[in-house]
Design a protein. Structure first.
Length: 104
């Protein structure tokens, strides 16, 4: 089978996994989020960012398999769909104000 097939398969698996596992909207399923409390702030590490870092690292250490690349790219694209995709640091006191606008 071709690399394109495995890349697309990985993409579908990665995108679908996060569609199911991540929240339906911004701020949903926060118990699954990777957030650290630092003083008065939350630091939120988004799954798309982790997938991006892993994609870069896997390429650096030469672990390049089309299904892995597809999985990470699918994870990144799915994560970038969220409107809070670039919100990494915010005041804990601002949490409700930020996320209440996206509740469905």
């Amino acid at each position: 089978m071709s690399d394109l097939f495995f890349t697309l398969l990985g993409f579908i698996i990665g995108f679908s996994f996060w569609q199911f596992f991540a929240g339906k909207y911004e701020g949903d399923k926060l118990k699954r989020s990777i957030r650290f409390r630092v003083g008065k702030y939350y630091i939120h590490i988004h799954h798309w960012f982790i997938a991006f870092v892993l994609l870069v690292l896997f390429n650096i250490i030469d672990i390049i398999h089309p299904i892995i690349i597809g999985f990470f790219v699918g994870s990144i694209i799915q994560g970038l769909k969220y409107r809070d995709r670039f919100l990494f640091i915010y005041k804990i006191s601002d949490f409700e104000k930020i996320y209440s606008k996206w509740k469905k």
